[in-house]
Design a binder for this molecule. Structure first.
Ligand SMILES: *[C@@H]1O[C@H](CO)[C@@H](O)[C@H](O)[C@H]1NC(C)=O
Ligand SMILES: *[C@@H]1O[C@H](CO)[C@@H](O)[C@H](O)[C@H]1NC(C)=O
Ligand SMILES: *[C@@H]1O[C@H](CO)[C@@H](O)[C@H](O)[C@H]1NC(C)=O
Ligand SMILES: *[C@@H]1O[C@H](CO)[C@@H](O)[C@H](O)[C@H]1NC(C)=O
Ligand SMILES: *[C@@H]1O[C@H](CO)[C@@H](O)[C@H](O)[C@H]1NC(C)=O
Ligand SMILES: *[C@@H]1O[C@H](CO)[C@@H](O)[C@H](O)[C@H]1NC(C)=O
Ligand SMILES: *[C@@H]1O[C@H](CO)[C@@H](O)[C@H](O)[C@H]1NC(C)=O
Ligand SMILES: *[C@@H]1O[C@H](CO)[C@@H](O)[C@H](O)[C@H]1NC(C)=O
Ligand SMILES: *[C@@H]1O[C@H](CO)[C@@H](O)[C@H](O)[C@H]1NC(C)=O
Length: 399
């Protein structure tokens, strides 16, 4: 078999040196000719790297499998990179700092170990016709890609997609993500859809304009929504979050609906979501292992199934919370539902996080003006001393 491999290129490109189809160290390509010379290698055993000074169009045609990595790091003059027959890359596909790369064409590529594409500021499209189905991790950062069509992963350990300002859509068939999913700072109108995702270790979404995860049933670690543009977010099948669940600075959010969620292992935070008026999307929530920390401009909080909050409990709003606070206060106390430090206060001019009010606070509207303002000044003192650590500890469930 291996003899055959060496013979074919010698015949196919007579007059040229026979292709070397393996490299004990990495095979370095300096120019288009070096790439063409590998055309007879069905399988290249080892890794291939483009030298920093390589320029123009590099076509790794003919090669069906590379057992090692394919790397182009700081190759600032290559405009096109392709491989017309490559189906399998046994190692990593690393492209970094290719400032003029416009075309990336691997029509048959289906499998790689890891993808790491960073700083490809001219890359606008992918030609991956077969579609990439398998990679342990996918990292795509700082490109001009407008779509990820051609990448349709069935399984992955981690998916990180950030700073791609033209990216308008992420839609993947993944059933689970065993490590982390993070999508942030992409196109302003980016729609994120994971129709089949049943569980992921961690999920972080920032600056997203819509999100759909209809099958999500469990998040083992943390789930966080930060600075998103959507008005509503729902996870109709989500029952448990192992660590923290956060909704922070989602300025238009007015409906968070998690109808099956029963348990949050760490902290539950709903903060600085300017438009949210009612927090009533957690009808089955029973357990919060860390702190429950809600602050903003809401007038109503309903948690009808709450049975156990192990950390601090903090509700603060600029609106009147009399009814809400009157409901929760009887639930606080050592052997009661709310075991950590309790505070609940409406009419606050600057609603803040756990630890910014004296413990035991239970005020409703701001009408009892003197009480509220003295609470607020005490709050500043507490924050300055031990409050901040308290907040951090509380959020991560250490109290
Ligand atoms: C990139 O390559 C250029 C020229 O070869 C070199 O001067 C520069 O230090 C390299 N940059 C990095 C980040 O490796
Ligand atoms: C993860 O998802 C893949 C694709 O949907 C599925 O084949 C596999 O069984 C899942 N694994 C676990 C542990 O859920
Ligand atoms: C999950 O997120 C938490 C909190 O952001 C972090 O501490 C942890 O390292 C993450 N775990 C993984 C597997 O990404
Ligand atoms: C994106 O999210 C980050 C972090 O949450 C935030 O600082 C930034 O302002 C957001 N960007 C936009 C355009 O909303
Ligand atoms: C939601 O969960 C139920 C029960 O586990 C399951 O039958 C259903 O298919 C799930 N829905 C989606 C959209 O995955
Ligand atoms: C995450 O949770 C799901 C559902 O409970 C479970 O099947 C999976 O094994 C867990 N994954 C990890 C990495 O703990
Ligand atoms: C909030 O969203 C859920 C799920 O999408 C929907 O069923 C519900 O009607 C919405 N509530 C309001 C007040 O819009
Ligand atoms: C909420 O906004 C306030 C004021 O801008 C800021 O100090 C605080 O850190 C924000 N909270 C979070 C969790 O980002
Ligand atoms: C309350 O609403 C005001 C006015 O829209 C906004 O400036 C402020 O940031 C909001 N506060 C919180 C904590 O969301």
């Amino acid at each position: 078999m291996s003899v055959f491999r060496y013979v074919v290129p010698a015949l196919a490109i007579a007059g040229r040196a026979a292709a070397q189809c393996s490299a004990s160290a990495t095979q370095t390509i300096q120019n288009a000719g070096d790439a063409t010379a590998l055309a007879g290698c069905q399988t290249f055993t080892g890794s291939i790297a483009l030298a920093t000074g390589t320029a123009g169009v590099i076509a790794l045609n003919g090669i069906q499998e590379i057992t090692g990595d394919l790397v182009a790091d700081n190759v600032t003059a290559v405009t096109q990179l392709s491989g017309d027959s490559l189906t399998t890359l046994g190692g990593d596909f690393i492209l970094n700092g290719m400032t003029v790369l416009t075309t990336l064409s691997f029509p048959r590529l289906a499998t790689t170990k890891n993808i790491n594409w960073v700083a490809l500021p001219q890359l606008q499209g992918l030609s991956f016709t077969t579609g990439l189905q398998q990679t342990q991790s996918l990292l795509i950062e700082n490109t001009q890609l407008g779509s990820l069509s051609g990448i349709n992963l069935q399984t992955a350990a981690s998916v990180m997609i950030s700073n791609n300002p033209y990216l308008q859509e992420v839609n993947m068939q993944l059933g689970n993500i065993s490590d982390a999913l993070a999508i942030e700072a992409n196109g302003r109108n980016i729609a994120v859809t994971f129709p089949n995702l049943e569980w992921a270790f961690n999920i972080t979404l920032r600056n997203v304009s819509s999100i759909s995860m209809p099958s999500l049933a469990a998040v083992n670690g943390s789930l966080g929504f930060y600075s998103n543009f959507f008005e509503s977010v729902n996870a109709p099948n989500l029952t448990t979050v192992g660590q923290s669940l956060s909704f922070v600075s989602n300025e238009k959010l007015n409906n968070a609906s998690f109808p099956q969620l029963t348990s949050v292992g760490g902290g539950l935070q709903v903060a600085n979501n300017t438009d949210i008026e009612k927090i009533d999307g957690f009808p089955k929530l029973q357990t919060v292992g860390g702190a429950l920390d809600f602050y903003g401009n809401f007038s109503d909080v309903a948690l009808p199934s709450l049975m156990d909050v192990r950390g601090a409990f903090n509700l603060q709003s600029s609106e009147d919370l009399t009814d809400t606070c009157n409901h929760f206060q009887p639930l606080s106390g050592q052997n009661n539902v709310i075991k950590g430090t309790y505070s609940c206060s409406g009419g606050e001019s600057t609603p803040g996080g756990s630890g910014t009010l004296p413990s035991g606070t239970n005020s409703g509207s701001g009408t009892s003006g003197s009480t509220t303002s003295s609470s607020a000044s005490t709050a500043v003192t507490i924050t300055g001393a031990t409050g901040l650590l308290g907040v951090v500890a509380a959020i991560f469930g250490m109290l």
